[in-house]
Design a protein around this ligand. Structure first.
Ligand SMILES: CC(C)(COP(=O)(O)OP(=O)(O)OC[C@H]1O[C@@H](n2cnc3c(N)ncnc32)[C@H](O)[C@@H]1OP(=O)(O)O)[C@@H](O)C(=O)NCCC(=O)NCCS
Length: 204
């Protein structure tokens, strides 16, 4: 498996990967299409990575640049990324914002996300940025809240941090070294996460 900058030839594989990584009930209209990935490569090629094994795209990481001022305000997908074409990308931004990371279900738990994150962290250092930020799904919150009757997402995240609960998305990102900043309500349409996300940071 090799992690390298994404190229136009990876786009079909990256589109197929999205479908495998975000099954129902995640809204299909929120997935990358060809035209989105093409645009990311046009405006910020350094920020797009692919993990490739035996010629197949098994992981991708898509990022853009934003300013610290934007990160210090409310976190919503629209406010941070702009849209699926990364209209929010600011070439003078001082933070690398992770819009997505996807690893194929058959290739999980083998360090691919960790390798993609190493590439992101290296990029932060190479560009002399202040840090890396992202908003992470908390997809196991829904089942947990149904079982416990506790709706508070901050309590959920704190329990994941303590290791009392395993969340299939937040737990790996914490293991990779991202630090929990806060819960951001109404981040995007995502029933399993209660439409919220865990805002995470990494500073060099
Ligand atoms: C989240 C995701 C990217 C993780 O990818 P991955 O390649 O399986 O992660 P890695 O193998 O690099 O694991 C990183 C660390 O997390 C741990 N980990 C991986 N999956 C885990 C899980 N389900 N539960 C708990 N820990 C897990 C690994 O053991 C590793 O820790 P270690 O280095 O201390 O051993 C992947 O599950 C995925 O694509 N999910 C669907 C898409 C998604 O939700 N993306 C994020 C949007 S915010």
């Amino acid at each position: 498996m090799v992690v390298r900058p994404m190229s136009g030839q990876d786009i079909d594989g990256a589109v197929a990967l999205q479908k495998a990584c975000f099954p129902d009930p995640f809204p299909e209209e929120l997935l990358w299409s060809r035209c989105h990935l093409q645009r990311h490569l046009e405006i910020f090629p350094e920020g797009q990575f692919a993990a490739v094994e035996s010629g197949f795209v098994v992981g991708t990481a898509s990022s853009l640049l934003i300013e610290s001022e934007r990160w210090s305000g409310p976190h919503s997908w629209k406010r941070l990324a702009g849209d699926h074409f990364f209209s929010g990308h600011n070439p003078s931004g001082d933070l690398l914002y992770g819009a997505d990371i996807s690893v194929h279900p058959n290739h999980r738990g083998k360090g691919i996300a960790k390798a993609l994150y190493s590439a992101r962290f290296r990029l932060v250092e190479e560009l002399g940025l202040a840090g890396f930020v992202t908003c992470c799904r908390i997809p196991d919150w829904l089942e947990w809240s149904n079982l416990t009757g506790i709706l508070d997402k901050t309590e959920y995240c704190l329990r994941v941090i303590k290791g009392e609960i395993v969340d299939r998305t937040l737990s790996p990102l914490l293991r990779i070294g991202l630090k929990f900043a806060k819960v951001s309500e109404n981040y995007m349409d995502d029933v399993e996460s209660g439409n919220a996300a865990a805002s995470l940071e990494w500073m060099p």
